[in-house]
Design a protein around this ligand. Structure first.
Ligand code: C2E
Ligand code: MG
Ligand code: MG
Length: 700
């Protein structure tokens, strides 16, 4: 270190050459610093030298030929206010030297009583002290500037006396007048928020012990009107020779606004803006803590309830988003009110909520609460003067040592919730491991299906649609099969739902339509008939919602040469109900083209007769559950009869699906049903077998 240190310039103003030489000798003994001594014998020369360039310290003799005593000190300080001055004096002048120190000289040394160690130490301290004072002065200067600009308050604490100066601004920031706050340092500390007090004292201590170069701390302060502000206190200590702090001065800034913004940001990051409930992030955090705690306690578990409102989308769509929002807020209120203080309820997004129950002793505890919550949700809500009802599906998962991360419990509760959804509205399910296996299998299916769509591992089968009046085939329904490399032909029931969920139904749907149109055109050319054979294709709601649906269908018709009148689109009731007028508007375009429409699985979904009227369907396909029930249950037969009558009235064709027996066939004919489809006529068969059916048509 010594090598790096800059040489310090000592200006020695001493007329006695002998003394001067002695001092120079002593100074060159220093092993710590390199001291370069410049010697002059008159004050005049000394002052001139100070004007010429930097000097680190002045050693000033008090009896010079051109000046003596205090006057020498004052003139020197005037020329070089920032250079420390150490007075050299004789025994009899000690009194004056002391006065000089009071005036600002750093030290005085009595000549002849000085040894080299004392001299060097005095020089060192003088330089350091000057440096500190300078720093404080500079920082005070800065603070003064800052005060004017930023309205900071100032404080200056004398550590020895325990007294302090607080600037008028400092007091005003806390709502006090100048004369209302005294000079005790406790005027500050007693107003610090109790929660922040320890940290504040630690911060001060850290600076006093030099761990921190500056004191800087954020803490709350109580104001006169009992309100609280956030304050930033900053300061710098002044130290004595031994390095002990004697004084500390600094500023107080009101950072309440910034702090509130920061708190708001933090709040926004962790809470749901609509319901003010914790969000997913905070919930997972709580869950993690609870699981850790439960692990340490015996016989204690954590239960997680994952709930999703049933048909919330319907409420949003039919009553508007503001009603939907209010419903969520009301629900949040009910849940918060119902739960124990230690439990957490969070909104994970959309209409998904999660409840964390601590200290649960078994599944029974959790399901009891799930039931209570369901009752709570089912209770009528009045929103905007309107009665709204809803219910929720709940998945329950309990903590177990197998869980490594909180996300895993949430995932399993989610899986159980899906199970509850599938089981019907307003029910709950407790997670078990088979659910997990199913979920994994589903994921596998999804991956395989993605690949299958890429590789076109599909094949079309066709099932004839028979005219009951003529007893002949009038068209076919195209039904897709997955030619799975290991599992063979897979029926759509196994994969259509997943294809819908993943959106894969869209590329698959286009492939199906192209194939069906191409094949139908081939058969028409092979066997011209009057009227021409048609093909009926199942269309998913996702496909209906494609913005380019119309263009794509017309392109396929053009490409395959199939007349538009030979294409029939099968749509389930729910597609129309879910997408409403948008779907109707889009489908109307097809009508103009000559494409026809069938309502598939009629009678099973949520249908509205008004839609039947507003949108001109060509065909209703009675779901096969009604046909299979015809023989045993009288109701089913009545329903079929009613649908047929309805069709006749609205001039809509009716196709009975799933005809399996001759009895059903006869009954349908008696009722006056125009068309039928089912295993009794033919199972869905591949393209070659379809062609064979056409070449040798059976007659019923
Ligand atoms: P869907 O449109 O109602 O098709 C009729 C289903 O009933 C077919 O099942 C057919 O094989 C079956 N079926 C016909 N007659 C009988 C019968 O007498 N008894 C019984 N038990 N079943 C009969 P499949 O082929 O398994 O198709 C199931 C569902 O998958 C279809 O129901 C349809 O919703 C969907 N699907 C099939 N192909 C496609 C497609 O290309 N696109 C879309 N989006 N969905 C498709
Ligand atoms: Mg169908
Ligand atoms: Mg059907």
């Amino acid at each position: 270190m010594a090598g790096e240190a800059r040489a310090l310039t000592v200006l020695l103003i001493e007329d006695n050459l002998e003394e001067a030489e002695l001092i120079r000798l002593m100074l060159t003994q220093s092993r710590r610093e390199t001291l370069r001594v410049e010697h002059v014998t008159r004050l005049h020369d000394g002052l001139k030298r100070l004007g010429d360039g930097p000097v680190d310290i002045v050693l000033l003799d008090f009896s010079l030929p051109d000046s003596t005593g205090l006057a020498s000190f004052e003139r020197t300080r005037e020329v070089a206010p920032n250079v420390p001055i150490v007075i050299l004096t004789n025994l009899d002048d000690e009194e004056i030297a002391l006065r000089a120190v009071r005036e600002g000289a750093q030290d005085y040394l009595v000549k002849r009583q000085v040894d080299n160690e004392l001299l060097l130490r005095s020089i060192r301290y003088a330089i350091e002290r000057m440096h500190n004072e300078r720093a404080l002065w500079e920082s005070e200067e800065r603070y003064t500037l800052a005060v004017n600009g930023a309205h900071d308050g100032l404080w200056d604490w004398n550590l020895k006396a325990g007294t302090a100066y607080f600037s008028p601004r400092w007091k005003a920031m806390l709502g006090y007048r100048e004369d209302e706050i005294g000079t005790d340092i406790d005027e500050w500390f007693s107003r610090v928020h109790p929660d922040d007090s320890v940290a504040l004292h630690n911060a001060l201590e850290g600076h006093f012990t030099r761990e921190e170069p500056h004191f800087e701390h954020e803490h709350r302060m109580r104001c006169k009107d009992a309100s609280t502000i956030w304050a930033l206190s900053r300061g710098l200590a002044v130290r004595d020779q031994a390095g002990r702090p004697t004084r500390i001065a600094g500023s107080l800034t009101d950072i309440s606004v910034a702090k509130r913004t920061q708190e708001q940001l933090l709040h926004d990051a962790l809470y749901d803006a609509l319901t003010q409930l914790p969000n997913r992030t905070l919930f997972l955090d709580h869950l993690g803590l609870s699981v850790d705690q439960a692990r340490r306690r015996k016989n204690s578990m954590v239960a997680l309830l994952f709930m999703d409102l049933d048909r919330f989308k319907n409420i949003n769509d039919s009553l508007g988003h503001s009603v939907g929002d209010e419903l969520l807020v009301e629900l949040a209120r009910r849940l918060t009110h119902f739960l124990r203080p230690g439990d957490t309820v969070a909104r994970l997004g959309g209409d998904e909520f999660a409840v964390l129950l601590n200290d649960v002793h078994g599944v029974g505890d959790a399901t009891r609460i799930a039931e209570r919550i369901q009752e709570l949700i089912r209770e009528k809500m009045v929103i905007g003067g309107r009665e709204v009802f809803t219910c929720a599906s709940i998945g329950v998962a309990l903590s177990s040592p197998g869980y490594k991360r909180p996300e895993e419990i949430l995932r399993d509760a989610d899986i159980a919730m899906y199970r509850a959804k599938a089981a019907g509205r307003g029910s709950y399910q407790v997670f078990d491991q088979t659910m997990h296996r199913n979920a994994v299998a589903l994921l596998k299916l999804e991956t395989e299906l993605r690949r299958a769509v890429e590789l076109k591992q599909f094949v079309m089968h066709y099932q004839p649609i028979v005219s009951l009046e003529k007893g002949r085939i009038v068209g076919f329904e195209g039904l897709v099969r997955w030619r799975h490399p290991e599992r063979g032909l897979v029926n759509p029931e196994r994969f259509i739902a997943v294809a819908e969920e993943t959106g894969l139904i869209v590329p698959l749907g286009w492939w199906v339509m192209r194939q069906a149109c191409r094949h139908a055109r081939e058969w028409q050319q092979l066997l011209p008939s009057q009227p021409p054979l048609y093909v009926s294709v199942n269309v998913s709601g996702k496909v209906v919602m494609q913005p380019d649906m119309f263009d794509r269908v017309t392109a396929i018709l053009e490409e395959t040469g199939l007349p538009a009148t030979s294409l029939r689109l099968e749509i389930t009731e729910n597609v129309i109900m879910d997408h409403g007028d948008i779907a109707l508007g889009k489908l109307a375009q097809f009508h103009d083209l000559g494409v026809q429409f069938s309502v598939d699985d009629f009678g099973t979904g949520y249908s509205s007769l008004s839609y039947l009227q507003r949108f001109s369907y060509d065909t209703l396909k009675i779901d096969r559950s009604f046909i299979s029930g015809m023989e045993s249950k009288g109701d089913a037969s009545a329903i079929v009869q009613t649908i047929v009558a309805l069709g006749n009235m609205l001039k809509i064709n009716v196709v009975a699906e799933g005809v399996e027996t001759s009895m059903q066939f006869k009954r349908l004919r008696e009722i006056g049903c125009s068309h039928a489809q089912g295993f009794w006529f033919s199972r869905p068969v591949d393209r070659a077998a379809t062609q064979a059916l056409l070449l040798h048509p059976p007659v019923w």
